[in-house]
Design a protein around this ligand. Sequence first.
Ligand code: AP5
Length: 221
Amino acid sequence: MRLILLGAPGAGKGTQAKALAKELSLPHISTGDILRKNVADSTELGKKAKNYMNKGELVPDAIVIGMLLDRLAEADTDKGFILDGFPRNLNQAKALDTMLTERNKQIDLVINLEVSEPVVITRLSGRLICSKCQAIYHKKNNPPQNDMVCDKCGGALYQRDDDKEETVRKRLEVYREEAQPLLDFYNDRGILLNVSADEEAGVVLDEIIRMLTSYNDSRKN
Ligand code: AP5
């Protein structure tokens, strides 16, 4: 199954993608994670991306599209994948489409996590990320057992540079500008599913799994 998770910053794309990846045994591909790894490793790509990310702007398509298509060429994506953070605009969606069509494949479903703005601000201001395994925590909603240490791998937790309030506002502004054409693009194909993502993470996951099950059942009939 080839899935895309869409939604505003803080909607819970990473949280849900990680859980779904485990549930469906599919690779979770996050362009944000790949870019942050490149920034941390000071690669050429990371050096180019860093300023855009710190300002809350999109990294140019010329950098991101090639990076994502390279990742999708890896063998573990043959049976499917879960995309988180890509596509971000119509141009990226069309590039993905072209690449998949060339391989006689297509996106099966696009899950749009709908979240209200005050919820986003609360979530991002409390988010903690593991520097080693990228596990996602929240100071209040999902705290680690030991302060600033990852429960899963013992790595140090950190707050993302772009989770400062002013940068979050810029990221939301960028999201609002780009999201609607993208939603229309997938809605017109009849593969867009909207999920309310204000509820707690387990409830949102149950709802997504319910939708995926009913999609799979409808394909069998
Ligand atoms: P990216 O890393 O993709 O960030 P984003 O889209 O802004 O989304 P976030 O990762 O902030 O949020 P999320 O929806 O994954 O929420 P999460 O699950 O972590 O991109 C970062 C930057 O990279 C971009 O600004 C851009 O510069 C660049 N970039 C990336 N992709 C690009 C592309 N394709 N093109 C160009 N540039 C690109 O959850 C957030 C917090 O809330 C956590 O603390 C979590 O524990 C908590 N939480 C989650 N769900 C719930 C829930 N249901 N209830 C309570 N708490 C919850």
